[in-house]
Design a protein around this ligand. Structure first.
Ligand code: ZN
Length: 401
């Protein structure tokens, strides 16, 4: 132990090879005769009693019959990193609970070191994860950062089976090429085993999934449809609000602060917002009509048979087309064009649980928004696999967290 002014500064543990046991080849791990020594190295280990701790060791080189002169296998080390596997696992586990910066501060190391540890942990997990038995897949796009450039979108692939919900893949952009890249990365055995695919109406995804997983039932997720309806209501509200304001009418007051109450499910609006909503609905405003259209679509999800649901859909679209609300008509045209996919929701009822994709999306947003201070896109990607991938973890003799 090294101390300064009576305070422990660091602990160094010097390790020596057992005299009677030969070193092992780092390639094949078979015992081999010693060849020579490399200079002494130092690895940081998990801090003991809060004191930075290091291993010191002079690695041998061994002469393997098959691999020639190589560095011996060092069980606590992986590659050239000056950090023990135990410490990397320790930092990586804490980095799930704290931000990377906090983890670095608490354990007196650098952000870079935390990043490399998580990276090592995730890469081990990705290399050892089991992808057999993925039956339901959710594909979605997620917006992150500022602006609407292609790079501000992520394509995510989830497994959404009841027994396992996790992030399988994430990549930049939301094109056909992105999704194809993702499916390829998962390997050729995943897509043929799929029974259900869940996504939005985003065309590139529909096309790729139809081409690569034609056997799977493609379902449009309920929350995506609700999102399109909400967007339509919001467009009507904004246009009307602007129209009323130019006329300076009192009615403009009615639409003020109504964005969120209008977007919520009607039965969930309470209190003062409810009173305002009721007043708005009693008016003859276009926003009120749009809201009623949106709200009436809720019935659709209660049907049991695809046949009746189809009849309702036809009727709803007919009404929406006559509503003179262009955003609503746009939604109706879109729903009509994908009627088959929409009705698949009833064919898959009970087999895949809804809202899983939405839930996972929300978790992704927590990670991308929380002030983890990711300095690069790559770091963020690793953090996503780390928190949502449910990856297997390298074994360690001690778990500290
Ligand atoms: Zn060897």
């Amino acid at each position: 132990m090294h101390c300064r002014e009576g305070q422990p500064e660091l602990i160094e543990i010097t390790l020596e090879p057992h005299g009677g046991i030969r070193g092992r080849c780092s390639q094949c791990q078979r015992p081999a005769p010693s060849y020579d020594h490399l200079p002494e190295r130092r690895w940081s280990f998990v801090p003991l009693w809060g004191i930075p701790t290091y291993f010191r060791y002079t690695p041998r080189r061994v002469e393997c019959a098959e691999h020639g002169v190589v560095v011996e296998h060092i069980p606590w080390s992986d590659g050239k990193r000056p950090v023990t596997c135990a410490m990397m696992g320790f930092l990586a586990r804490w980095a799930r609970r704290l931000s990377w910066r906090e983890t670095a501060q608490v354990f007196q190391t650098s952000w870079e070191s935390v990043y490399r540890s998580v990276e090592w942990f995730v890469q081990w997990g990705l290399a050892h994860r089991e992808l057999l038995g993925v039956e339901s897949m959710g594909v979605d796009e997620i917006h992150h950062g500022h602006g609407l450039r292609a790079n501000n979108f992520l394509t995510v692939i989830y497994q959404i089976d009841a027994h396992c919900r996790r992030l399988l893949w994430v990549g930049r952009r939301r094109s056909q090429a992105t999704l194809r890249r993702g499916l390829k990365a998962l390997g050729p055995e995943v897509t043929p085993g799929l029974r259900f695919v869940c996504s939005d109406l985003w065309k590139p995804y529909l096309q790729v999934m139809a081409a690569q997983a034609g056997q799977a039932l493609h379902v449009l997720d309920r929350f995506h449809i609700t999102m399109h309806l909400n967007q339509a209501v919001d467009q009507v509200r904004r246009a009307e609000s602007a129209r009323l304001r130019t006329k300076g009418k009192e009615a403009a007051q009615r639409l003020k602060h109504m964005r969120w109450p209008l977007l919520r499910r009607g039965s969930r609006v309470r209190g003062h917002a409810r009173q305002k909503l009721n007043a708005l609905l009693a008016s003859k405003l276009a926003t009120a009509r749009a809201w009623e259209r949106k709200e009436s679509f809720l019935h659709f999800w209660h049907y049991k048979s695809p046949l009746w649901a189809g009849a309702f859909l036809d009727y709803w679209c007919f009404r929406a087309m006559r509503s003179r609300l262009e955003p609503m008509r746009k939604v109706a045209r879109m729903l009509r064009a994908h009627e088959d996919l929409l009705l698949n929701w009833f064919r898959a009822k009970g087999e895949i649980s809804t809202g899983v994709v939405e839930g996972l999306n929300n978790k992704i947003r927590v990670v991308t928004r929380r002030s983890y201070g990711f300095r690069t896109y790559e770091a963020m990607e690793i953090a996503l696999y780390h928190t949502l991938g449910r990856l297997p973890e390298p074994e360690s003799t001690h778990k500290f967290c």
